[in-house]
Design a protein. Structure first.
Length: 306
C-alpha cells in the first residue's frame, strides 16, 4: 500500500529569516495520520496553528506566505523550500513549530531541510496516502508568463526562465524532471535562491531581503555571480525556480499526479494555478492506491530511498 508518512522523531535547527533577518528556531515534530502539514507559531501566547492549504496563501511577494484561519494577521512566510523538501521526500503529516513569522532560509535551498527530515527518519502510518490527480488541463496566463497542469500518471515538471542577465543567460534556461526517474535530493534540492545587488536596497526598504547574504543565496551584480564557490548545478537558476514550484504546489495539501509546465512562473502564478485547478469542476479527483504497482509512475524515487 502507499501509506501516509511522518517523521520518526523530533528534530530542530536554528537560522535567520531571509526577508525578516530575525533569528528563528524551527522544530519538526511527528504528526498523526490525516493531520497534513501544520505550522505552529510558538512565539505567540497562545500558540496558533497554520494548516497548509492553497487558499491560505495570502502573500506571494518574493516568497509564499500562509495565514492562520480566523487570524489573518498571524502568518508564516517563506515556506516554499521546506515544503519542497517535504514533497520530495513524501512527508504527508508534520507539525512545524517556529518562533518567528518566517521559516529560516538556512543555505538558501531545500538541502538543509532534506537533511533534517532524513535525520529524524520516516515512518509509515496506517492510513493510505491521498493523491490529487489532474483530469483536465488547467492554465494561468499573465502576459508572457504562464503555468499549466495537465493529466499525467506520475509527477513531472518542465520549467523555463528568461531573466536577460548575462550570468543567468550563460546557464541552462530549461529544466525538465520526471520524479519517477529523477532524485529530488540529488538533482533539485541543492539549488539555491538568487538575487541581484541592485535590488537589495529597494527590497530592504519594504522589509524584504534583510537576512540575505552570500551564505544563503546566489548574489549577482550587473555581470557576474559574486559567490566565490560558483554554482552547484550548471542550470542552478532554473532548478531553483523549479524547486520553488514544487514547494508552492505542495500547498494543495497532497502529492500531485500531474505534468506541470511553466514559463517565467513564480509564487503568485503557482498559487493561482492551484486555486484554478480546485475551482474547476471535473479537473481533478482524489485517489488512493492499495498497491504500489498500481501507481508505479507516481511513486517518486526518493520516497523509496528516504
Amino acid at each position: 500500500m502507499l501509506r501516509q508518512r511522518t517523521i520518526r522523531e523530533r528534530v530542530a535547527t536554528t537560522g535567520v529569516g531571509l526577508h525578516s533577518g530575525q533569528r528563528v528556531e524551527l522544530t519538526l515534530r511527528p504528526a498523526a495520520a490525516g493531520t497534513g502539514i501544520v505550522f505552529r507559531r510558538t512565539d505567540l501566547d497562545p500558540a496558533i496553528d497554520i494548516p497548509v492549504a492553497a487558499d491560505r496563501v495570502v502573500d506571494t511577494r518574493m516568497a509564499s506566505t500562509l495565514a492562520a484561519p480566523g487570524h489573518p494577521e498571524v502568518r508564516i512566510a517563506t515556506v516554499e523550500h521546506l515544503m519542497a523538501a517535504l514533497a520530495g521526500l513524501g512527508v504527508d503529516n508534520l507539525c512545524i513549530d517556529v518562533t518567528a513569522p518566517e521559516i529560516p532560509i538556512l543555505d538558501g535551498s531545500a538541502a538543509s531541510f532534506v537533511f533534517l527530515v532524513q535525520s529524524a527518519g520516516l515512518v509509515e502510518q496506517a492510513a493510505l496516502r491521498s493523491f490529487v490527480r489532474v483530469l483536465r488541463p488547467v492554465e494561468i496566463v499573465d502576459g508572457d508568463k504562464w503555468a499549466r497542469l495537465e493529466p499525467h500518471e506520475g509527477y513531472c515538471l518542465d520549467f523555463t526562465i528568461d531573466f536577460g542577465h548575462p550570468a543567468i543567460d550563460a546557464t541552462g534556461q530549461r529544466v525538465r524532471v520526471d520524479f519517477a526517474r529523477t532524485s529530488f535530493v540529488r538533482e533539485v534540492a541543492r539549488a539555491r535562491t538568487f538575487g541581484f545587488v541592485h535590488d537589495v536596497e529597494a527590497l530592504r526598504a519594504v522589509g524584504l531581503a534583510r537576512g540575505g547574504s552570500l551564505e544563503n543565496a546566489i548574489v549577482m551584480d550587473e555581470f557576474r555571480v559574486l559567490n566565490g564557490e560558483g554554482l552547484r548545478y550548471d542550470d542552478e537558476f532554473a532548478r531553483h525556480k523549479l524547486l520553488d514550484a514544487i514547494g508552492d504546489l505542495y500547498c494543495i495539501g497532497h502529492p500531485l499526479l500531474a505534468a506541470y509546465r511553466a514559463h517565467k512562473s513564480g509564487h503568485a502564478l503557482n498559487n493561482r494555478l492551484l486555486r484554478e485547478l480546485l475551482a474547476t469542476e471535473g479537473a481533478w479527483e482524489k485517489v488512493t492506491f492499495a498497491q504500489p504497482r498500481e501507481a508505479a509512475a507516481g511513486f517518486p524515487l526518493d520516497w523509496q530511498l528516504a
